[in-house]
Design a protein around this ligand. Structure first.
Ligand SMILES: NC(=O)c1ccc[n+]([C@@H]2O[C@H](COP(=O)([O-])OP(=O)(O)OC[C@H]3O[C@@H](n4cnc5c(N)ncnc54)[C@H](OP(=O)(O)O)[C@@H]3O)[C@@H](O)[C@H]2O)c1
Length: 311
C-alpha cells in the first residue's frame, strides 16, 4: 500500500468523486475534508475498508485545517462555487482559503499542493469568479513553492453541470438559448482526464509553482456543444440567439433561484473564450491524451433520450 496520505478539500463534488477513485486505485490513503461527512458516505466504497476517511472540516477555521494537514503528505484543493449567495462568497472560497491553505502547507512542510483553478484566469477579468480565481492562484504562488495549479476548461462527465443542465431544459422547453449568439469557444475536458492530471501532478518533481492548462482534444463553440448534445439525446430544439445585454437582464431574475440557472457574473464569463493560451504546459505534457466529447457524452446523457438507453 502506498503510505502517502492525500487530503482533498471539496472532495465530495463532481471532480472529487472521480479523483477519490483514481487515488485509491493508486493506493493512496485519502482524507476527504468535507462540511458534511454524513452526506459524503457514498465515497467510502470507492476504496478498500479504511482507505478513505471523511473528516468534518470548517474551512473558515484555521485550527480545523491545520489539524487535518498535520496528518497529510499532499493537499488537493477542489473547493469552488459557480455562483455566490449570502453565505458563500467567491472572495473567501477561491482566494482567502487558498492563502490559508498554502501558508499551512508551507508551515507543515507538505510534499505537494495541487490547486484547481480555471482556464481563462487573468488579471482584470470582468467576472468576479475569474478575479477571485486569479487572486487564489497568486496566493498559492506567493506562499508555497511545491504547488501545481491546474486550469481546466469546462469539465464534462456523468454529473457535469453543463450538459446535464441543458439536457434537462430540453426536456420541457422547445427552445434553448444561445447566450451572446453562442459564439463563445470552449475546450471541454473529460472529468477522468482532469482527475488523472491531478494524480500525475502529485508525482512531478517541481521546485517552484507550476501552472498547467487542461483542455480536451477539440475546440467547440457554445452553439456546437448544444448541437452535439441535441444530436446525442435525439431531440430537435430551436436554438435562439440572445444578446449578452438581454441575457444579463434575465440573469437578475434567474439568479434568485435556489440553484441559479444563470447569474450576471456567468454572463460575464461567457463573454470570453475558454480555451488554452498555449503559454503553459498541458495534458500531453503529463502524458495524458484526452478523450473527446462525442465518445463520452452518449455513455451518460442517454437518460435524457426518449426511451433512455434503448432510445
Ligand atoms: N466543473 C467544471 O466545469 C469546472 C471547470 C473549471 C474549474 N472548476 C473548478 O474545479 C473545482 C471542482 O469543481 P466541481 O465541478 O467538482 O465543483 P462541485 O461539484 O461544486 O464541488 C465543489 C466542492 O467545493 C466544496 N465547497 C463549496 N463550498 C464550500 C464551503 N463553504 N466550505 C467548504 N467546502 C465548500 C464542496 O465540498 P463539501 O460539500 O464536501 O464540503 C464541494 O464538493 C472547483 O474549484 C471549480 O471551480 C470546475
Amino acid at each position: 500500500m502506498n503510505e502517502k496520505i492525500a487530503t482533498i478539500f471539496g472532495g465530495s463534488g463532481f471532480l472529487g468523486r472521480h479523483l477519490v477513485r483514481k487515488l485509491t486505485e493508486k493506493e493512496y490513503r485519502v482524507i476527504v475534508a468535507t462540511r458534511s461527512p454524513y452526506l459524503s458516505g457514498f465515497l467510502k466504497p470507492l476504496g478498500n475498508p479504511g482507505q478513505i476517511e471523511l473528516i468534518k472540516t470548517n474551512i473558515y477555521d484555521e485550527d480545523s485545517i491545520r489539524k487535518i494537514l498535520k496528518k497529510s503528505d499532499i493537499a488537493i484543493n477542489l473547493v469552488g462555487i459557480l455562483s455566490e449567495n449570502k453565505k458563500q462568497k467567491f472572495e473567501f472560497l477561491h482566494s482567502e482559503f487558498t492563502k490559508l491553505l498554502a501558508k499551512l502547507c508551507a508551515e507543515l512542510n507538505l510534499k505537494k499542493l495541487i490547486h484547481i483553478s480555471a482556464l481563462g484566469v487573468k488579471e482584470n477579468h470582468t467576472s468576479k469568479y475569474m478575479q477571485s480565481k486569479f487572486l487564489g492562484e497568486k496566493n498559492i504562488i506567493n506562499n508555497f513553492d511545491a504547488s501545481i495549479i491546474l486550469r481546466p476548461s469546462i469539465i464534462f462527465g456523468p454529473e457535469d453541470k453543463f450538459f446535464n443542465t441543458f439536457a434537462s431544459i430540453a426536456q420541457f422547453s422547445p427552445i434553448l438559448p444561445l447566450i451572446g449568439g453562442g459564439h463563445t469557444k470552449f475546450e471541454p475536458v473529460y472529468v477522468n482526464d482532469v482527475a488523472e492530471a491531478i494524480v500525475r501532478s502529485i508525482e512531478l518533481n517541481i521546485f517552484k509553482p507550476t501552472i498547467y492548462e487542461l483542455g480536451g482534444p477539440s475546440i467547440y463553440s457554445f452553439k456546437e456543444l448544444l448541437n452535439i448534445l441535441l444530436k446525442t439525446i435525439k431531440k430537435k430544439r430551436l436554438l435562439v440567439p440572445i444578446p449578452f445585454s438581454v441575457a444579463r437582464l434575465n440573469s437578475y431574475f434567474l439568479q434568485m433561484m435556489p440553484n441559479p440557472l444563470l447569474t450576471p457574473d456567468q454572463v460575464e464569463l461567457l463573454k470570453y473564450d475558454n480555451i488554452a493560451s498555449g503559454q503553459f504546459p498541458n495534458l500531453n505534457d503529463l502524458d495524458i491524451y484526452p478523450s473527446n466529447v462525442q465518445s463520452i457524452l452518449p455513455k451518460y446523457i442517454y437518460r435524457f433520450r426518449t426511451g433512455g438507453q434503448f432510445g
